[in-house]
Design a protein around this ligand. Structure first.
Ligand code: HAM
Length: 421
């Protein structure tokens, strides 16, 4: 029986895992510059957490959740996104009891969505995400956008993406707008798709960016959020835009951008590819502010803001853009042994060299010197050590520096001195 990986998943092997690790290394280093600490939350959570946060009418919850009943009869779900779990952990671990400071967290982990797989869209994928919790000030919105922008410029992708932003308004104003939308769409109920009909009462916003209904005239002419925004809401968004202008961060305001997760209020944004050769028109980074999620998850009345970048999509874009990952794969030392007896000495020498900090490889059962020498070159080793029965009688081994071809016989007891110069 031959088994295959599940549809929409990847095996991380060869250069892919090296690139993945390199990208994560860079993302961790950037996070460090912003003083953001890492968090890992469980791969699965109570189903209710996602219903309440991501939203019962969102596609992610209605169509894409990997949910299951565990042996204790609990309704659980693999996480479809990271924000809900991070907020749950923030509240559960009372991270807010930290002198009223903003908690800044980042995560790199896998997520699961039962989507129709295609290039850059997987059922198991990874995100690098950032959440600022207890971040009421609008300047955090700017910082988050600069941070996301910074990531793209570090990876030379800033010209290949367009930043789109929108203001969903405060929770109260958005509620008023939603009530008005419900009344409006009720007049057109017969013309809505079944999906939209189901969303009508719970989240009419989703009708606006529905793939089918979104194109219909009566949807395009639906009441606009602009008319419901309070002066405070407008000022908040203007502050963000003005500062972005001042800092030279390019963006487009897109009043149709509502995003597929229900917890957003205020700023929402996406960095969308504008280069068909990279990722088509897909979104590489998505994020926004959430003013009620922390409270609704049982925490204090604090707001949060964050974003996430899809690592697989980032890698596709980087490869299409011929990014130099600068992955070096040097082997410091390659050890070959002439027979079984000297191989034991080889093992202890390899262990000692690794303890001195040298990346060391030893081959077993390949007793021919020529073959070992060839392997050492094939492996890009810096040194080739050859242990043979004759020399070992005098506790000597041969060490060759492959670049200079300089070969010496060294006493085992002097090996440390030779390598730790
Ligand atoms: P999202 O827009 O659903 O937002 O996902 C963010 C990014 O994850 C996308 O822009 C894309 O790069 C990647 N992504 C999403 N679905 C898939 C998939 N099926 N296959 C491959 N990559 C995918 C969120 O998840 C929010 N939690 C972001 C956030 C954090 N908002 C505030 N804080």
């Amino acid at each position: 029986m031959i088994f295959q990986k599940p549809r929409g998943t990847l095996d991380w092997i060869g250069k892919d895992i090296e690139q993945f690790n390199r990208v994560c290394e860079i993302l961790r280093a950037i996070s460090n510059l912003y003083n953001i600490k890492e968090i890992i939350t469980p791969t699965f959570e109570q189903l209710d957490l996602f219903l309440k946060s991501v939203g019962e009418t969102s596609d992610i919850v209605t169509k894409e959740l990997y949910n299951f009943v565990d042996k204790g009869n609990r309704n659980m779900s693999l996480r479809p996104e990271g924000t809900a779990g991070v907020v749950r952990s923030y509240v559960e671990n009372k991270m807010y009891a930290n002198n009223n400071e903003t908690t800044k967290l980042f995560y790199i982990f896998n997520l699961f969505r039962y989507e129709r797989p295609q290039g850059g869209r997987l059922r198991e994928f990874h995100q690098f995400g950032v959440e600022y919790l207890n971040a009421q000030d609008w300047r955090f919105d700017v910082e988050i956008l600069i941070f996301a922008n910074n990531i793209l410029s570090i990876f030379n992708l800033e010209k290949k993406v367009t930043l789109k932003i929108n203001n969903l308004g405060s929770f109260e104003q958005r509620k008023k707008w939603m009530d008005e939308l419900i009344q409006y769409f009720k007049n057109y109920e017969e013309q809505l798709t079944e999906d939209s009909k189901n969303r009508l009462l719970k989240n009419p916003l989703r009708i606006l960016d529905d793939k089918i209904d979104g194109k219909k005239d009566f949807v395009k002419n639906a009441p606009k959020l602009e008319n419901f925004l309070s002066n405070e809401d407008k000022e908040y968004f203007q502050n963000i835009c003005k500062t972005l202008d001042l800092l030279g961060v390019k963006y487009e305001i897109d009043s149709n951008l509502v995003r597929g997760l229900d917890y957003y209020t205020g700023l929402v944004f996406e960095f969308q590819s504008n280069d068909d050769n990279l990722l088509g028109k897909s979104t590489i980074i998505g994020g926004g502010r959430y003013s009620n999620l922390i409270k609704e998850t049982g925490g204090p009345d604090y707001e949060g803001i964050g974003f996430a970048i899809g690592i697989e999509r980032l890698l596709i874009a980087l490869n299409a853009n011929n990014y130099d990952f600068q992955i070096e794969d040097p082997l410091d030392i390659y050890i070959g042994c002439e027979n079984d007896e000297v191989t034991n000495i080889g093992i202890s020498i390899a262990t000692a060299l690794r303890n001195y900090g040298y990346n060391t490889k030893i081959d077993y059962g390949v007793f021919k010197k020529d073959k070992n020498a060839k392997n050492s070159i094939k492996n890009n080793a810096r040194y080739f050590i050859w242990i043979d029965a004759e020399n070992i009688k005098s506790q000597l081994i041969s060490v060759e520096e492959l670049e200079t071809r300089k070969r010496e016989l060294i006493k085992i007891s002097e090996l440390k001195e030779y390598f730790i110069k």
